[in-house]
Design a protein around this ligand. Sequence first.
Ligand code: ATP
Length: 311
Amino acid sequence: MTVDPAGPADRVHVRAPGKLNVFFEVGAVQPDGYHDVASAYQAVSLVEDLWAENADDFSLTVSGSVDVAGVPVDDRNLALRAARLLAGEIGHRGGVRLHIDKHVPVAGGMGGGSADAAAALVACDALWGAELGSSGLHRLARRLGADVPFALMGGTAIGTGRGDQLNRALAKGRFDWVVVTSEDGLSTPEVYGHLDVMRGRSNIALAPRTPDVDPGVLQALRVGDAVALAAHVRNDLQTAALSLRPDLRDVLELGEGSGALVGIVSGSGPTLAFLAADPESALELQVALSVAGHRALHVHGPVAGARIVSE
Ligand code: ATP
């Protein structure tokens, strides 16, 4: 059922998007172990579906079109943690039964767990009639993880700090991407750790300046120009991710040799994202990569953040 305008619902369905970082600059490691980053996020049409129903306890089941074997169904799961956090915040006595249908690759660098957390916040807020509003939900989202606020917001945004200080970016038109997923995930902390080691070894003195998004990226997003965006995409985690997964270099080359404007590692990888000039080129690229034996999906962005779906 949908949300009853007269009061809380008894079952809520929420859809939340995965993300691509079309630009990701990583600053020096901070004393607390985290890095300051500057990120340009785009929410894409690879989405997570979550259903929430009132129950006495907190529980979770997971299905999906991706391999969900590595997804914890206990309190390590970000969606369950989100539900408990919200319940604690509003003093809700009961629990919730969550079901997630996953389509974002697990540990793929596309923020699937963060999307689930954002979806759980929106769902429980509606289910329990909490009415925290977007700023209340955003505040809780930041406590759950750096990418959770963006999964709530969706669209196109610039993230600074740990990536969670968000400002909506002006964006026009639609960008077509072909996403190539990998069976084995990469751990985000491991990729950051490897980046630090690589930077230390090569004695790259990181400028103490605060990371910033290239103005060329903002301009390309503002006018909806895929060719211009391709000239400015960048991901500082890419070298570290490729060092841990050297096999991905060949896939990047194949995509770029098969019509992609550019290919990048998505977030901390190992998912690769290829930008196409238009939907037709994306389709051709998807076919070329699939024929070569890769799992290639055609997605587009920007799309909305976590939203209730009417059933
Ligand atoms: P991030 O970049 O935020 O680490 P990611 O997109 O690379 O995210 P996720 O799929 O979000 O990767 O999950 C990373 C790890 O988090 C998984 O390996 C899993 O152990 C754990 N996890 C916790 N909650 C979830 C969830 N709802 N879905 C998937 N993984 C989850």
